[in-house]
Ligand binder design. Sequence first.
Ligand code: F6R
Length: 243
Amino acid sequence: MRIIRTANFGEMSERAAVLIGAQVVIKPTSVLGLATGSSPVGVYENLVKWYQKGILDFSQITTLNLDEYKGLAPEHDQSYRYFMNTHLFNLVNINKDRTFVPDGLQANTSHACSLYNATVHKYGPVDVQLLGIGVNGHIGFNEPSDHFEKDTFCVPLSESTILANSRFFDREEDVPKEAYTMGIGTIMSAKRVVLIASGTVKAAALKAAVKGPITPQCPASILQLHPDCTVVADEDALALLDQ
Ligand code: F6R
């Protein structure tokens, strides 16, 4: 695991965007694994800015998102499809037919998961996977558990995740209780992983992920076994780790 220490969210976002942008330049047909939430917002802003300057071309890029709330339509303003459209896909020259997010409206759980697994197997492996980290150490929506999941599955969201994500919804009870997520096996099969973290709220989870035992109780800890994982984090998020 390589750790890039940055001063703040802005610097973290720019450094991580360089890693994703370089992948787009080096291999214009790359498959990008993408995340949502507040952590990657600045990464996407930089990618859009470099696209507008003519530095990046997304026309041959394929994307596979980590997760989606079960029950939310793509048009719902808290769905992860909506997030991706508004923060990246609508703002660059990507072919939307090559952008994939699990289908939140697919009520048949096993069908939804096998459809997304088929997509992942068709277009993967991911060249570079962008990840955020939950305050409980989750990646994608792989919540703390007694085992690591391999493929896409439907997960009941933990109380801490529902509470953390309620900041995006009008009321806590509006946060969906389940989500579809790539499993740890799929995340680990990415050729490169870039994990971003900002703020003291992430410090304990980041310490457990980087230095703690490898355990499904902290799903991000599995990244210690990834052959090419870079953590880009600001000083606040790294506060509990040694210099
Ligand atoms: C979202 C995702 C989640 C988030 C995590 C951190 O696609 O995969 O694992 O990365 O919940 O969320 P933020 O960035 O909002 O703190």
